[in-house]
Ligand binder design. Sequence first.
Ligand code: RAT
Ligand code: ZN
Length: 438
Amino acid sequence: MATITEAPAPELGSAVPVAAEQLDRIVRDELQDTPIIDMHTHLFMPSLGKLGLWGIDELLTYHYLEAELFRFSSVKPAEYWTLNKQQQADLIWRTLFVENTPVSEAARGVIAVLSALGLETARTDLSQAREYFRNQKLEPHIRHVFELAGISEVVMTNDPLDPEEAPLWMKGAAPDRQFHPVLRLDRILNKWPQHWQILAGQGYRVEENLGGNSVAEVRRFLADWYGRMKPVYMACSLPDTFEYPEDSLRGRLLKEAVIPSCGEFNIPLSLMIGVRYQVNPAIRLAGDAVGKANLRAVEHICVEFPENRFLISVLSRENQHELCVYSRKFGNLLPFGCWWFLNQPSIVEEMTRERIEMIGFSFIPQHSDARVLEQVIYKWRNTRRTMAPILTNAYRLLAEDGRTVSRDEIRRGIHRLFRTNFERFVNLRGGHERHSAV
Ligand code: RAT
Ligand code: ZN
């Protein structure tokens, strides 16, 4: 089993210790200089065409901001959905950025993006920003955005049952070394009754109640998609009510198809647990909420499948400590990210300190979850800004207790957190052939 503790030891004895008053600056510089691997996004490589969202209208109609719009505007959701994209963006700009001060995390993010791109941040209309984006060519723009964000690669979320996306893969979408695929299984695991017929229509002999050869046929489907996509992991989001073991179609699919297939292909399974889906369907994508989950499900999975690897993110703040405890029990569990409603500096700070105190640097502090390309600029800027004092404090405490660190050691720590823990866990650079390997 690949764990994350296999890094070569540096020459610590000969290294020059960083003086206490330099720590903060060196940590900041090293964070700035480390090209991050963004291990969970909803971005798409250029060959997946229109699925890849970018530009000011997409930035403003992000569902995090739509949720905020309905707090400040008298426009009702039903009316909002009749507007076209530009009208929606204009409404959100006017409401959240002109008539109100954009102090929330998601709103401030748009300001940070405009500012990083050299655009004005306090205009009453969007004409300047629209003109800027109209003049960009996608591929050089992606390079520019990645550079501004300080990221080297992103990991996508690829749904083999999405009616727009699947045909593009079937035709052989050109791989891209900066965009790694992930086989996302929400429709199969959470909504089998609504989707099994798509598999059946493609020639897989599956049944609604998983009778007959269904499980073997789902494995054949996963194998075909593994071959087509070469995903770096498989993934699923799960409700707060998720249990394992579970006497359900999802329970059987996980146990008998998905986890064994991940084992066969030697890739991890990412479980993102704690969503209360569609508590307010009127606001669509913004309508999901959060609930505390029973993490014994994670315990049971790690015990039952010790040879598999699991990337785990939990959405409830109340579950975070428990997840750290389970990480101390299971080397095949890699906690990641401060997901969705947790990606606010105050909560990121609390969670990250707790993780460092409980499991050292054996976790992945953050993913961007970006849905719109330019969001990586503000999301990673925020993460670096929040991480700097946390790491400085960790090294300061260590020095007070008798061990100073060198700049190389600081760099190694930051690289682990933002690159190598992920690279090793998914076997990104080695082992099995993968068309996106760099
Ligand atoms: O953060 C989000 O944008 C959510 O809507 C979800 O997409 C979540 O991140 C997920 O991957 O399910
Ligand atoms: Zn996501």
